[in-house]
Design a protein around this ligand. Structure first.
Ligand code: NAI
Ligand code: SOE
Length: 391
């Protein structure tokens, strides 16, 4: 039984999701390519890290991420910190020959992402960026329909990511509202998930025409390093400081294959929770997905008889991508956790088999370049071409 030792840096929301994935992956994907051992968890100081080790089942803890980079026992560095630390940690990990999974967005901007991609590309390691939603089985099924030509030539992609946790202007100024830490707002945080879907399903984006908007310009200053995503205690009396990132992104898209599309993302849409959707129209049919109903893929085909035309619902199950490892009956329920379990499986499988995995740092870099082009387009109020990562 092959084992693989993991150091996880960042014990917040993603620390929880990744820990769960390492525990559960061998239970779902049996026999596992390798059995992840939760060796060391790292957070801002020794006390926080020690508590996290108990909670998430790690053997050791550390208040300094550099200690795990230097540890010869560690095979995988898992980066689950706020965005401003991704580059420094990944570059050090690559130099130490560790396999790396980094949370999304890969970096705060394209220039920073380039330093990460440059560090990993000749390091002989497996690298992955954790855009996990494409590992929802229904999304992988959409990809299968498209690759088989079932909806023909793709003409239009319409993607949204709408949440409402930051609609309250008294929600705290967490790291997600600070450009120095996050890089950008809804654009980098959730817009990039839509970009990942768009590239995965429809191919490369070549041009964008974008608007960005900040609705809430100041927020009460937050204490502590964890972003509670609007669920923590409100402190409207705390001093307020400026929000210097966008709340909302709206963009037109042009794809290399001639398709056109649109993207909308905001964390201020009352009533929307995790409304990550896409609708794709092709010459022979259409596909619709909504993460809030993630067991379902809706498909419609031009060839259907006139009196049967319309969307039908396919519930994902054992017959679908990753289905054999998951649950034995369709519609028992795929959760957020399962997408992270599948992600861990594909990452560790690539390490063991010596292959590559997607999305990797090259994809993450390209996605950062697309986000940069969107910000540039919004500033110039015009179409902007997206540079392409070539090697
Ligand atoms: P969080 O605020 O819940 O947790 C971040 C953790 O990192 C905290 O425990 C914090 O104390 C720790 N941290 C901060 N500085 C550190 C340092 N110097 N050394 C060690 N630990 C440090 O944040 P969350 O939501 O877990 O986000 C982390 C990353 O994951 C971000 O890049 C975010 O964009 C991404 N993310 C991805 C999601 C996905 O669906 N793929 C979902 C949520 C977040
Ligand atoms: C907050 O908008 C957030 O946690 C994002 O950071 C994640 O990427 C998204 O998947 C869930 O919402």
């Amino acid at each position: 039984m092959k084992k693989i030792n993991v150091a996880l840096i960042g014990a917040g929301f993603m620390g929880k999701a990744h820990s769960l994935a390492y525990v559960a992956m061998p239970m779902f994907f049996h026999p596992a390519p390798a059995y992840p051992v939760r060796k060391t968890i790292v957070d801002v100081n020794d006390a926080v890290a020690a508590e996290a080790a108990i909670r998430f089942g790690f053997e050791k803890s550390s208040g300094d991420w550099r200690s795990v980079i230097e540890d010869p026992e560690i095979d995988i560095i898992d980066i689950a910190t706020p965005n401003h630390l991704h580059a420094e940690i990944a570059i050090a990990a690559a130099a130490a020959g560790k396999h790396i999974i980094s949370e999304k967005p890969l970096a705060r901007n394209g220039a920073e992402a380039k330093t990460m991609y440059d560090a990993v590309k000749n390091a002989g390691i497996v690298h992955m960026v954790a855009f996990n939603y494409r590992r929802t089985p229904a999304v992988a099924l959409a990809k299968k329909y498209i690759e088989e030509g079932a909806i023909g030539e793709i003409m239009n992609f319409r993607g949204t990511y709408l949440q409402d946790w930051s609609a309250d202007p008294d929600g705290p100024l967490s790291w997600r509202f600070q450009k120095a830490i996050a890089g950008s707002g809804s654009l980098g945080d959730i817009g990039t998930h839509v970009v990942d879907m768009a590239r995965y399903l429809c191919g490369e984006i070549t041009q964008v025409n974008t608007q960005l908007k900040t609705w809430v310009t100041t927020r009460p200053v937050q204490s502590g390093t964890v972003d509670k995503l609007g669920t923590g205690a409100k402190n409207a009396d705390a001093p307020r400081a400026a929000v210097d990132v966008d709340d909302e992104v709206l963009s037109l898209l042009e794809f290399e294959n001639g398709a056109i599309g649109s993207l909308e993302a905001t964390r201020n849409a009352h009533g929307r929770n995790n409304f990550l959707t896409f609708e794709i129209h092709g010459s022979l049919g259409s596909i619709y997905f909504n993460y809030e109903r993630r067991d379902e893929l809706q498909v419609a085909f031009a060839k259907d008889q006139g009196d049967r035309k319309g969307f039908r619902t396919v519930y994902t199950g054992p017959a679908h991508p990753y289905g054999e490892g998951l649950w034995p009956i369709p519609a028992l329920g795929i959760g957020y956790g399962e997408t992270k379990i599948i992600e861990a499986y594909d990452f560790i499988k690539a390490i063991v088999e010596g292959g590559e995995v997607s999305p990797n740092f090259k994809d993450g870099y390209q996605i950062n370049l697309i986000a940069d082009a969107m910000a540039d387009s919004a500033a110039k109020r015009s179409w902007v071409s997206v540079p392409r990562v070539t090697d």
